[in-house]
Design a protein around this ligand. Structure first.
Ligand code: HMG
Ligand code: MG
Length: 311
């Protein structure tokens, strides 16, 4: 039954990250043609922003080392296909293949900046500055991720002004949108509201913010609801709840796209996603990965024949 709630947006844009955030963390190497098929099926299920891969160092993330092979295989998919780039080399590789949406990824904490990018926070921002400028000059849309917005496995609680500083720096260098990452899934709704309020006060428009919740403690949907109440309309999620970050201890899957769509559909919020087709896609992918999707909605709607063994 659809029962709208006052004060929520009427439409949400889902930024699907399963093919990137999801697959970057899989022990199993997923063949390039399966990734391409996954992206096609996500599009068929109604997703229009599908993060495709990363142009990072292949030794750092071997699961996505096939970016050069994959990207041309999906160039005809009628969707926005953002790709991650960590530096100039990554941008050159992405632009050479015609990428139109790129994402740089910063950290609110020094420990994760070092673990993920081998740089301090300020060094990584200095790397991003010319990358963002050149991407914009090339006509690309640029997203800036900020990881560890709410908690960090090495540093614990993250002071919110630290997050605001990095968000402001990315915005000032020209990022079109920011994505606030709860990389290890520890946030709770009050924290989300507090950060969004501080970002308002710092002059960062809510319309340019997305939220990126991992679901480690089962809080991703509650946190998303808090963000929607604040006016956020871009939500990152991963089909079937795939995901994690190989360079963050205790990061598990993202908010599952199906769980998100179930809630939004019940609230009468448009997403354009066909939940049944998406669930079938996640069940199909679970078959390739050899283990069931952690998404509650996929488990509820999908066939009982999902693979049931962890690899
Ligand atoms: P580094 O070792 O400091 O690299 O790594 P470097 O700049 O010293 O260069 C060393 C060599 O790597 C050079 O080659 C470069 O050319 C090469 P050599 O001259 O020695 O032959 N190199 C590259 N090759 C291919 N593509 C590149 C590239 N860059 C340099 N782009 C680096 C620094 C940034 C490269 C490395 O740390 C890296 O690749 N990190 C990526 C980590 C990553 O992808 N993490 C996961 C994504 S972030 C995430 O999941 C969080 C998010 O979901 C939000 C959230 O949940 O919070 C977004
Ligand atoms: Mg992530």
């Amino acid at each position: 039954m659809v029962v709208p709630e006052p004060g929520l947006p009427t439409r949400v844009r889902i930024h699907e990250v399963g093919a990137r955030d999801g697959l970057q963390n899989e022990k199993t190497a997923v063949p390039t043609k399966v990734k391409a098929e996954f992206i096609r099926r996500l599009r068929t299920a109604g997703l229009t922003t599908i993060e495709a891969t990363s142009f990072v160092h292949p030794k750092w993330v071997p699961q996505l080392a096939d970016a050069e092979e994959l990207f041309p295989q999906i160039s005809d998919v009628d969707a926005e296909l953002p790709v991650l780039v960590p530096n100039q080399r990554g941008l050159d590789r992405a632009l050479a293949l015609g990428a139109r949406r790129i994402a740089v990824f910063a950290s609110a904490t020094e420990s994760f900046a070092k673990a993920n990018l081998n740089r301090t926070v300020d060094e990584s921002l200095a790397v991003f500055e010319p990358v963002v400028r050149q991407a914009k000059d090339a006509g690309a849309h640029v997203r800036g991720y900020v990881s560890m917005c709410f908690g960090d496995p090495w540093e614990g609680e993250v002071p919110l002004p630290q997050v605001v500083r990095v968000c402001t720096a990315l915005r000032d260098m020209g990022c079109d949108e920011l994505s606030l990452g709860d990389t290890i899934g520890v946030a709770t709704p009050g924290q989300v509201r507090a950060l969004l309020t501080l970002l308002d006060e710092a002059g960062l428009p809510t319309a340019e913010l997305g939220v990126h919740f991992h679901d480690t403690y089962g809080q991703a949907l509650a946190n998303t609801y808090a963000a929607l109440q604040h006016g956020v309309t871009t939500v990152d999620a991963s089909a079937g709840g795939l995901g994690g970050c190989p360079y963050a201890k205790s990061a598990t899957g993202n908010l599952a796209t199906e769980d998100l769509v179930w809630m939004l559909r019940g609230l009468g919020i448009e997403t354009g996603v066909d939940l049944e087709a998406l669930t079938a896609t996640s069940v199909w992918m679970a078959g390739h990965l050899g283990r069931p999707s952690p998404s509650r909605t996929v488990r509820a709607l999908g066939p009982t024949t999902q693979p049931d063994k962890d690899q």
